[in-house]
Write a protein of this length. Structure first.
Length: 172
């Protein structure tokens, strides 16, 4: 394959990869729209008086949720910046002349690792949230998030949650 054909295939591949990446829940606003694999909203939902009342959150629980968010904030900013830097590096590698496929693959590997670290941090934050809530509050939060998705036309079960649930949130 000549260099022009190689660059064309790479460009198509990068466009497809970018489309797949864009469809993934990476940025905070999109996370709020899509929810999480556990079916709860991202963001500072406990600050909403309506949500706090629906869940019956105590002042102590709200304080713990806030402390968890603040303790993770710096790490999240750094990890998001790492993803953005890796994206810039990947674009630069793909556009470089002469073209070096190995350099592009290496840059893509760095981007994948940066995204993995960011998602792992988000997941840990979600686990800390779950530790603060009672089982009933957790289930109510999941149900509230699902109802919001349905109202906004993005209904159905959260990603990875394809089985219907019966009483107590257990799969049928």
């Amino acid at each position: 394959m000549n260099g022009r054909a190689t660059r064309w295939f790479l460009a198509v591949g990068l466009i497809l990869a970018a489309g797949v990446a864009e469809a993934q829940p990476m940025g905070a606003p999109k996370r709020e729209r899509m929810g999480t694999p556990m079916g709860v909203p991202m963001g500072r939902w406990w600050e909403s008086p309506k949500v706090a009342e629906q869940l019956g959150l105590s002042a102590e629980q709200r304080q713990k949720l806030e402390a968890n968010a603040l303790s993770q904030a710096t790490a999240m900013v750094d990890l998001k910046a790492s993803v953005e830097k890796a994206e810039i590096t990947l674009r630069a590698a793909a556009d470089a002349q002469p073209f070096d496929a190995r350099r592009v693959r290496d840059a893509f590997g760095v981007l994948q690792q940066a995204r993995l670290k960011l998602e792992a941090q988000r997941f840990e934050m979600l686990l800390k949230t779950r530790e603060v809530l009672t089982t009933e509050q957790w289930q109510k939060l999941r149900e509230t998030a699902r109802e919001r998705r349905v109202e906004r036309g993005r209904g159905g079960p959260p990603a990875g949650d394809t089985e219907p649930h019966g009483p107590g949130g257990m799969p049928h």
